[in-house]
Design a binder for this molecule. Sequence first.
Ligand code: ADP
Ligand code: MG
Ligand code: MG
Length: 944
Amino acid sequence: MAPKKTAKRAKPAKKATRKTAKRAPKKAAAKNVKYVYSFGKQTDGDATMRELLGGKGANLAEMAKIGLPVPPGFTITTDVCTYYYANGRTYPTTLQKEMEEAVAKMEKQMGTKFGATDGMPLLVAVRSGARDSMPGMMDTILNLGLNDASVEALTKATDNPRFAWDCYRRFIQMYGDVVLGVQKAEGEDVEPFEGVIEHYKHEVYGEDIIDSSLTAEDQQELVKRFKALVKERTGQGFPEDPWDQLRGAAGAVFGSWMNDRAIVYRQKYGIPSEWGTAVNVQAMVFGNTGETSGSGVAFTRNPANGANEFYGEFLVNAQGEDVVAGVRTPEPVAKLKDVMPKSYAELLKVRKKLEKHFRDVQDVEFTIQEGKLYMLQTRNGKRTAAAALKFAVDMVKEKLITWETAVLRNPADQLDQLLAPIFDTAEVKKAKVLSTGLPAGPGAAAGKIYFNAERAVDAAKKNEKVLLVRVETSPEDLRGMIAADGILTARGGVSSHAALVARQMGKVCVCGASALQINYDDKTLTVGKNVFHEGDFLSIDGTTGDVFAGKIETAPSEIIDGLINGKKTAQKTEKYESYMQLMEWCSKATRMDVRTNADTPEQTKNAIAFGASGIGLTRTEHMFFEGDRIDAMREMILADTLEDRQKALKKLLPYQRKDFAGIFRALKGLPATIRLLDPPLHEFLPHTKEQQMDLARTLDIKVEKIMQRVAELHEFNPMLGFRGCRLAICYPEIAEMQARAIFEAAAQVTKKGIPAKPEVMVPLVGFKKELDEQVAIIKRVAAEVEEKKGVKLDYTVGTMIEVPRGALTADQIAETAEFFSFGTNDLTQTTLGMSRDDTGSFLGAYQEKEILTANPFASIDQTGVGQLVKIAIEKGRATRPNIKLGICGEHGGDPASVKFCHNAGLSYVSCSPFRVPVARLAAAQAAILEKRAAKAAKKAAKKK
Ligand code: ADP
Ligand code: MG
Ligand code: MG
């Protein structure tokens, strides 16, 4: 009956309060600060004021400004939230007076009075509103202003006692829960208010009748019992004074900014806690007055697949929260055409106006009161990557946006959703459809089913593929949803909590699969005669809504199939064509190249299909592990004399040459940065006794010798040990062999008419002399090969910048190096003094305490590591103005890091093949944003 979005009462968040307190002025200058912004007939704010008014408040103001039917109200600014936490949860002294003035304006426009005991009372909704919407995190209170006297006035004014008491009953329930904290205690199964209702129904009707058949008298009695419950639980009476109610509700909204779930959400999306939330107070309009009223939510276009169709749902005779609560199953919004044709026509006009004004797809909330339409909210609609792509391409065609804007509208970190696998069509035909729900988050997922978030998280930790299966989800399930590969619910529509969150996280989701019967106690899922237990496999298709028994194999997406596999049918799909269009725009905008990290011809080919313009990093050590090469490698490591070492290296040379030739052929003339041997040698030796015995037999040497060498090579800090160029400083013959393999392969391929462009890269250089030594060898070998093969080689020699000393002495190093490639993995390790593989034990705590906002090995630490990069760029260019600069760490595929690289002036980033599209998009976006910023700056300068 009641909205599901009950919230835990905000725990006093001491930590956070202290933190905010430091930043905010102790007593904010109360005098000239405006804390309250009205909207309605007279509107103070607009859409640009998100920081101050929050997203909801700013857009309510904007809608009011462009003449849409918005019930009047006001927004209490985020400044008040900051003040509230900085001053021991108190308010600025001028706030009350400003609120009174704003309420007076509402009263005037509505012709009602706040707390009226005679005539129509003004009821208000108290709504939170952070800068960015945080689904399900904040708590809305409806029908505020009612008390024992004003409910009588409402009854009289509307001549509808059932409606009036229904409002009052809902209000006490919401307020009791959210503000007064009357909630399910440990061990209690039912929400206390729900318990009262259930008990009452059985007592009076002997069964669990539906809510809408409760009479006015029933509601009246429930109000009485609710109040008794509040008294019993809190020791205090329910507040009768509307102003007390209003202040209490606003306090609860500010308080909920620091509740556990809000904190978890902010952490996941990197929203700083000091932003704060605004509070919106708005005149109530009523969707629950009867059959000519209703409430709904809609997207101006389909946010799952991007289709240009009005998409959403509504409920007749309902207050807004009922729609998203998943209690009654709503009707598709198109049906409104039959039920309330006039309101529907008006809604369609609003749809058009909104898109034209905001130039983006909108997610709206509306209520119809006795045939009259009111808009309660609009925001840019959350969308899947597939929808984002189609919106962008379509809106360019419709001339609503430019192609540059279209590029910006595709979130780079979501793009890989488009590349995600789909179910194999042949497999799907064979599979058994158990049920079909609503397709709420596209893609294909197969996994073991888990019925609660905690167990889903545990299973995911064990690397299981997980489907979280719930009757419906609530914000408490957030952790489980993050851990799961797919989400399946039995109840709830396309705007339910599960659908909303899944779309945002890019999770596969099927919701409202009503044939599923879930028993949490037995941990079973029953569909007809089939019973599934926790841990059994199911497969869900979030594009069609189908739920299948068992595990279905997945197949590549059309984009992968078209690009990598060259499938003609895939290339004709709209998705493929739109993707290609987007990438064409990216090429047009970008300044940076995107290269790839690849060690094989196969990987190279894939990356080029994705648009890579070369290889930024080939790790040669990967080539030493295959087949019997590893034996030759080990022989080299175990050799006692230079002669023996050279003998072993000679065996390795043909392998390497072949590998390089394959890569050069796949590159068809694009450049390849090839890194000389980097890892510590002990990584190549066997460590178990058994393996050591095997090797001894193969090489025909004593096992003791191997054991001794393993012991010799043991290091306390291998990451900082005998590795990188240090290997070839001690054993120059290794560099010599590798250089020979590279150049002979290049010569071979060049002779066949394919240009080869090796860029030989020396790793882990901290001293110019280290590099000098290696370069001398490399150049000598190159000359020898040129002479012997009669080919002119097209090559360069450079280094990785991956230790701080290398960055700090980049001016010296650039005297020898023709290029720098920032090895940001090691540079992060050595700058932070943190071993990447050992951060597991403390990284969580660091992020929780916001010492680090992101994992520095995933997204570059711009302030620290970034500074070294900038220093190296500056110093490198001072010595060699045309020095080529790139990055080859994992960061090359992270959108924020790519943007950093663009702004730092690098000429390319390099990332794993399947991240190339993401990096291309991020690089293009960085270029467009830079251009826009420059334009804006120029305009601002002109104004001055
Ligand atoms: P959320 O951020 O969770 O969407 P909202 O503040 O938008 O919370 O409120 C939730 C629902 O409450 C809305 O969808 C709407 O139906 C209802 N509601 C909010 N304000 C009003 C209002 N002024 N009149 C009637 N219903 C409202
Ligand atoms: Mg809310
Ligand atoms: Mg809303």
